[in-house]
Write a protein that binds this ligand. Structure first.
Ligand code: AMP
Length: 549
């Protein structure tokens, strides 16, 4: 007996369908951007869709072929959104590069991705001029500005003007339909040891993620919303908001590089923002400015905070003093990024306010499309009792299956069943499915939502002539959540100081990645196999007071 097949249309899930939908059904809804050039720019979904088609024509005119990578070094702005759609929608792959990385890392990533076009904001011109010689595959450099803001001179051999190129096209371009499993976006994560690795999202995974993210128990997005993603478009696609906003037809507000407390507050108010999303650190600036000036939000209703653990005090301040619902979320680059969000269900209605608050402080429950488990070292799943803690593993529609250019599978087996992605986080899960991150098994430090590789710090420290052994660990920090602390064993007879070692990092790594402090010890704890016991070290220095804290 053969199964009866469904008799439904086969419409591949295309990124371009999101913006087409917004143009057709919410065409006059605004997309507002605070530009790098300093002014506010206003457009609509209809206009943005037309300009995205023109960008698809621009990329074709530049000779791009299906699968080619279009890199961006850009803030949140309408031109960046046009590049997202113009490239992915025409079978190219948008590769968003994090401009906060060390220049050498940026060049490494661009070469690994074999980017053929690099589009960048005005603020990154000096960086691109410095890097151009290192970028082995980039054929075209596009400055995302108009003719009036093009530089009088540049060291780049040929610099193209974004607005000139858009103006030269007629937009007579029909979005093509193709296999929904085609790649649309490439995003590197430095969240593990070794070189950064690329997550390659598909049209299908991205559209499904956009659906999942918009659901009421997730970001709860609607056409009535005005959404301001503080999270950058180079951090896992601003958590999918450039896709979920057109899916529901919401107004989108893009802050560009203007992320200080005052600019953010003014944008929230002047554009009547209802929903925002970002890492905890950005809220500190906003709240400090608002408290100093005794200000209140008049339209902001809720915000998703994730990327790092949201401090309970911040959650309480936003909720109790400013009337903003905080939705604590957990995710990863490898998950496009949404995994869990903390929202109460009707099953928690009977709980006390304090018990409800404790649940909201957890990382939360999975969105449909993601499944999770916690496992022990033998790959056996652990009970969901809110106590047992184990390695968090996930699988689902928007979880990677392998990394860009790599053939080996990162997957692990759970209770004998293969195909689970190990997150490198350690967690508990309670009987209602609320997950709480309790530790991290991967050896990295996350400061203000950005990764710092412990291995990179240790390698630099070990090159110092007076250092015998070094370990970099994370220390709690009130502003940045975590900051690196370097624990050093000196060579016998060698003399050095903390300042001397910290000075050694200058020019070898991005300034913000340099450890905040150095402590000297006689020896570091090792396992029987000689591996550094980072957990033990973190425990030993958990009360260490950083000079910057
Ligand atoms: P990334 O790939 O840069 O998005 O980083 C993902 C990692 O950030 C996760 O594996 C966690 O270690 C950490 N992370 C993300 N969200 C949270 C959160 N809400 N609480 C604690 N850690 C988080």
């Amino acid at each position: 007996m053969s199964a009866l097949m469904g008799q439904m249309m086969q419409m591949p899930l295309m990124i371009s369908s999101l913006i087409q939908h917004a143009a057709r059904h919410s065409g006059s809804t605004e997309v507002v951007s605070k530009r790098v050039e300093g002014d506010m720019h206003r457009t609509t979904w209809a206009e943005l869709e037309l300009r995205s088609r023109k960008m698809a024509q621009v990329f074709a005119r530049l000779g791009c072929q299906p699968g080619d990578r279009v890199a961006t070094l850009a803030w949140n702005g309408y031109r960046h959104v046009e590049i997202y759609y113009g490239s992915s929608g025409s079978q190219l792959v948008v590769h968003t590069i994090n401009p906060r990385l060390f220049p050498e890392q940026i060049a490494w990533i661009a070469n690994d991705a074999a980017d053929s076009v690099l589009c960048f904001d005005l603020s990154f011109l000096p960086l691109v001029e410095k890097l151009a010689g290192e970028l082995k595959t980039v054929k075209h450099f596009v400055l995302m500005t108009d003719r009036a803001h093009m530089p009088a001179s540049t060291t780049l051999a040929k610099l193209l003007c974004y607005e000139d190129m858009v103006a030269a096209e007629d937009g007579a371009y029909a979005w093509p339909s193709f296999d929904e499993n085609t790649a649309c976006t490439l995003c590197y994560t430095s969240g593990t040891t070794g070189n950064p690795k690329g997550a390659v999202y598909s049209h299908r995974s991205t559209v499904l993620h956009a659906y999942g993210a918009a659901l009421p128990d997730a970001m709860n997005c609607s056409s009535r919303d005005v959404i301001l993603p503080v999270v950058p478009m180079f951090h896992v696609n601003a958590w999918g908001i450039p896709y979920s906003a057109p899916l529901v037809g919401a107004k989108l507000v893009l802050p560009g590089p203007h992320l200080d407390g005052k600019s953010m507050f003014e944008m929230f108010e002047s554009e009547r923002v209802t929903f925002s999303a970002g890492v905890p650190t950005v809220w500190l600036g906003v709240l400090t400015y608002m408290k100093a000036n005794q200000l209140k939000f008049s339209s902001l209703k809720r915000t998703v905070i994730g990327g790092s653990a949201c401090p309970p005090a911040m959650m309480k301040t936003l909720q109790d003093d400013f009337g903003v619902e905080v939705i604590h979320a957990w995710g990863m680059t490898e998950l496009s990024p949404l995994g869990t969000l903390s929202k109460l269900t009707s099953r928690q209605d009977h709980l006390s306010k304090e018990a409800q608050q404790r649940l909201l402080e957890k990382q939360g429950r999975v969105v449909y499309g993601i499944d999770m488990a916690i496992i022990d070292d033998a790959g056996k799943s652990l009970p969901w009792d809110g106590v047992a803690s184990g390695d968090l593993v996930v699988r689902g529609h928007w979880v990677i299956s392998s990394y860009f250019g790599k053939t080996e599978s990162p997957m692990v087996t759970v209770d004998g069943e293969p195909g689970w992605f190990p997150t490198g986080d350690v967690a508990t899960i309670d009987a209602d499915g609320f997950m709480q991150i309790t530790d991290r098994s991967k050896d990295v430090i996350k400061s203000g939502g950005e990764w710092i590789s412990s291995i990179d710090l240790e390698n630099i420290a070990m090159a110092h002539p007076a250092v015998h052994e070094a370990a970099a660990i994370s220390c709690r920090h009130p502003k940045w959540d975590e900051r690196p602390l370097l624990v050093v064993v000196k060579k016998p007879g060698a003399e050095t100081t903390a300042a001397d070692i910290l000075g050694f990092f200058d020019g070898r790594i991005a300034k913000w990645q340099i450890p905040d402090d150095v402590v000297f010890v006689d020896e570091l704890p090792h396992t029987a196999t000689g591996k550094l016991q980072k957990l033990k070290l973190r425990e030993m220095f958990k009360d260490h007071k950083l000079p910057t804290a």
